[in-house]
Design a protein around this ligand. Sequence first.
Ligand SMILES: C[S@@+](CC[C@H](N)C(=O)[O-])C[C@H]1O[C@@H](n2cnc3c(N)ncnc32)[C@H](O)[C@@H]1O
Length: 213
Amino acid sequence: MRANTNMSIQAAYDHWSATYDIDENLTRDLDRVVTRETLMGLRCKSVVEIGCGTGKNTLLLSQIAEKVYAIDFSARMIEKAKEKVTSANVIFVTGDITKPWACSHESANLITCNLVLEHIEDLSFIFSEAFRVLVKGGYFFICELHPFRQYRGTQANFQRNQEVIKIPAFVHHISDFFNTAKNHGFMLEDFKEWWHEQEQNKLPRLASFLLRK
Ligand SMILES: C[S@@+](CC[C@H](N)C(=O)[O-])C[C@H]1O[C@@H](n2cnc3c(N)ncnc32)[C@H](O)[C@@H]1O
């Protein structure tokens, strides 16, 4: 099978949206479990979800928050999310999170970011926007493909016809997450590594960070 590495991140997700929810994808499935396990007990007023995709985690967020603001730059991923999540307390917004977010200062109690930061070169901007938008004491929850997997060449990809589309990705080491969080004033509440149940003796698949302002 041929590899295609030329598609932009936005175009790639527009294409992937058609099958993102039904393709075999252990990373996506484990992330859903991790997010539920981490956030289920929480109750809050306002959540901002950055890179919401097809709304896999948005449904859960709509159950734990009074208001959810879900952002993604792929209009097609958002279309899929809107089919799935019809709760009146969710607003979907098409926007690029590498540009200033259309959110007021200190307006969110929780910001969530799942499987997005491998596509973002400059972590610093994201952490600074998250810190600006969170209320004092608010949480920033991040769950990402574990960099150990990136070291051996894994990156987000999907198949179309006879091609594997590899979506542009950047490696962020665990220390990059810790240092960027610290530099922007966040405290680390929790850090975990996660294995899918089918892969107990392999490399961890996901790394999650629960940060607090
Ligand atoms: C692997 S999907 C994850 C979607 C969802 N968070 C989940 O866990 O299923 C990555 C998502 O990040 C979005 N994304 C990547 N870069 C982005 C950017 N600069 N601004 C907004 N969304 C972005 C993509 O469009 C895609 O929907």
